[in-house]
Design a protein around this ligand. Structure first.
Ligand code: SF4
Length: 220
């Protein structure tokens, strides 16, 4: 009678077709019981144990493997727990100038076109609002009613971020923080780096006195 589901003869030694179902172990023990011989002729063992060497239960791999497994499990659970209800990405809008000037004098602003992408990971429709939190005189134009995103969908929109020229400093760069809030209670701060003209203090202020706005969005 053949008991092995893969059709191999384990008496010829361990073979790669073996799926470790242990049916041959049970069949062998049954036969040994019937003929009154000790069980375990076919068994799980090691070469050292078969050759009569003393086996150690506490070996390095017995300790290290569970530790690694526990660490991976912790990382996996941590990653799952920290998964947010939405993914928010800000990227520079394609095409056109990296920034434009809008307004004049004290009302002068540097405008940047920014594309917002929000992936709603919840099971409900969510409306997301966006607000600059750390820059007086700056604002976001274009999403006053918020961005509505269906469950498990990606919502995109293009906005204009208007920032007072002095905010760019001599480097011509400004990192702003945008507070994103969802109607489901989601809240997240996103940092975004804006490019603008270097601010040269009084010289630029004098120029603003005489320049007029030229951007596509106009002034607020
Ligand atoms: S454990 Fe035994 S019965 Fe199962 S596949 Fe391997 S050799 Fe065959």
């Amino acid at each position: 009678m053949t008991t092995c589901p893969t059709g191999i003869d384990i008496r010829n030694g361990l073979q790669m077709e073996c799926i470790h179902c242990t049916q041959c172990i049970d069949a062998c023990d049954d036969v040994m019981d019937k003929i009154g011989r000790p069980r375990g002729l076919i068994r799980y063992s090691s070469q050292a144990a078969i050759e009569g060497e003393k086996t150690r239960l506490l070996r390095p791999r017995v300790i290290v493997y569970p530790l690694i497994l526990g660490l991976l499990l912790t990382v996996f659970v941590g990653a799952l727990a920290s998964k947010q209800a939405a993914d928010v990405t800000f990227i520079r809008a394609a095409g056109g100038m990296p920034y434009f000037r809008a307004g004049e004098g004290e009302e002068s602003r540097i405008g940047s076109r920014v594309r917002i992408r929000v992936r709603n990971r919840t099971d409900a429709q969510v409306t997301y609002s966006f607000a600059l939190v750390d820059l007086p005189g700056a604002k976001i134009n274009g999403l006053e009613d918020g961005l509505v995103v269906e469950p498990h969908k990606l919502g995109t929109a293009e906005v204009v971020v208007l920032v007072p020229p002095p905010a760019f400093g001599l480097q011509g760069r400004r990192t702003v923080t945008v507070r994103v809030e969802g109607s489901d209670g989601f809240g997240h701060n996103v940092s975004y780096s804006l490019i603008g003209p270097a601010w040269l203090g009084d010289r630029d202020a004098d120029r603003d006195e005489t320049e007029s706005g030229e951007g596509p969005e106009g002034d607020d």
